[in-house]
Design a protein around this ligand. Structure first.
Ligand SMILES: [Zn+2]
Ligand SMILES: [Zn+2]
Length: 164
């Protein structure tokens, strides 16, 4: 059943039916574990693990994910990319198209990544205890204060008009 799951040096992942496969060509910029109500509803679970990475570092190996605009509680919408066949969501974009939020649960090896921060913990489920060693925020954080300098540089490069 999990034949398509294998551990590899580079991170690869995909949907449940195998029609969509992707590879991350570098480490993510940052990994958020989000406990907001939108993410809980979208995943049908208690939180989502998002690997933030430049769009051009998500290499599609198979299939073309289908964009679905999903309303959020604040009135904005989030573009979620799903396998056109099995409808599993593999990544999404928020306000910045240059950055993809890859869903950690779709990696072949979801244990190979750990959150750098927990966000929107104000709606975290009570039965989940977070490790003290990982920064946690009621809402969001200031990336300039939390992200490694190298990731901020990469983000800046990704946001320059020439590369968008
Ligand atoms: Zn699929
Ligand atoms: Zn969220």
């Amino acid at each position: 059943m999990y034949d398509n799951r294998r551990v590899s040096a580079t991170r690869e992942g995909g949907c449940s039916c195998g029609a969509v496969r992707y590879r991350l060509t570098s480490e993510p910029l940052f990994t958020n574990c989000c406990h907001c109500l939108n993410c809980q509803r979208q995943t049908g679970s208690a939180f989502v693990v998002n690997l933030l990475i430049e769009a051009d570092r998500v290499e599609l190996l198979a299939g073309v994910p289908q964009a679905v605009d999903v309303p959020r509680d604040d009135g904005s919408s989030q573009r979620v990319f799903r396998c056109p066949t099995c409808q599993v969501a593999v990544f999404s974009i928020y306000t910045r198209p240059a950055v993809r939020f890859v869903r950690g649960g779709t990696l072949d090896d979801p244990t190979g990544v750990a959150p750098d921060a927990h966000i929107y913990t104000r709606s975290k489920v009570d039965w989940l205890t977070l490790p003290e060693s990982v920064p946690a925020f009621d809402e969001y954080y200031d990336a300039k204060e939390l992200w490694p300098a190298a990731s901020l540089e990469r983000l800046k490069a990704a946001m320059t008009p020439a590369s968008v």
